[in-house]
Ligand binder design. Sequence first.
Ligand code: PA5
Length: 451
Amino acid sequence: MNGIKFDFSNVFHPNIENGLTEEEINDQGNRVQDIVETIIQNNPGFLNLPFTRVYIDRVLDLKTWIQSFESVVVLGIGGSALGNQALQTALNPLHYNALSKEIRKTPKIFILDNVDPDFIASVLDQIDPKTTLFNVISKSGTTAEAMANYLVARGIIEGYGLDPKKHFLFTTDPEKGILKKIAEEEGIKTLDIPPSIGGRFSVLTPVGLLSALASGIDIIDLYNGAKEMHKRVTNPNIWENPAAFNALVHYLYYQKGYNISVMMSYSNKLFLLADWYRQLWAESLGKKYNLKGEVVNVGQTPIKALGTTDQHSQVQLYNEGPYDKVITFIQLENFERNIKIPNIHCDLPELSYLGGKNLSALLNTELAGTEYALTENNRPNLKVIFPQINPFNVGQFIFAYEFQTAVMGNLLDINPYDQPGVELGKKVTYALMGRKGYEDFNIEVENKLKN
Ligand code: PA5
């Protein structure tokens, strides 16, 4: 079975003052082995998910119903949206919604992960509420953005005199939260988000599976890829475990002042995997306190970039700016489509060298050029290589990076599964928007804002 490959050959730079050596990896081998074993023992919610059938079966049960709609609109934010977007972009044709129904066959998918009225209105303009399913996704069932968009959608459905039971599906905590309560009272269908899995680790739960299945993505193969990667990332040998190795590389460079992790995709379809990674790495690892409760203020800033587009925007900085970035390239070997550049202007050397070549060859040559330049400039870089884009390989990627994040959390001695910084912002919004129960906090915040 084809799978994704990791190429770490350009991460070692023994010749520069703060470069990484193989000895440093070996020195940490036992520590990382202990970390891998501890993660397996602690069994965080995401770890055994690919071996669980219950969530996938529940989503599959709804297949006929969800695919009977013209549009499926996801209302969620953060971990309740970014995985969906990554799956849709990677595994459906780009501009999927613009394809005709005959070609598409499955519903249009819209993901509303903001409350910008121009954005929301522009999507609402494109759907017919009578043939739309709104999938409200919120683990907590309280996040202001998801709830506001739910109310907007509900207002439209009620305005058309439609039955909310037929147009809403809630994906939320199986026990808690207002969505669960409304669903129980009104008979709205629900999908469970396992309580042990936090938002940004939840793409392989019904959070990401529902919209994926709605658009015809093979969710079983997504799980098969994750399962296969489980074998690789639970290997205690650091040299054979790509997730642990990659975490350690990032950790060791971070210790040397490399505070930035760039993920640069040389595939438009895989670009939003970098967006998903950006949240996973930032929200899991950016922490004030370590596990002993000491203030540490750690975290490595993730940046997403697109090749070749960002060669003309970012790469100058990556090559010659501060020594503070570890760069991960995402390479695609075989593109689904190809375009041959025509042999026109054969007498003009500025153009003739391109004639007869494929665009994919140009793209991957540009990647090789950037990789070469970065390496020449002693900039640590590595590659995740997709032989092709399919659910299996995307499932592998997701699982590898979830595990890598868990390892990095352990190396940094922080809890990668909480997000107190995000929670504070949410509470301030509730207070300032006048939510009941937040009156005292409102006064405190208003006072601070005045001073
Ligand atoms: O990763 C996380 O926990 C967050 O990004 C959440 O997914 C995000 O804040 C949305 O939360 P909820 O699903 O509870 O609405």
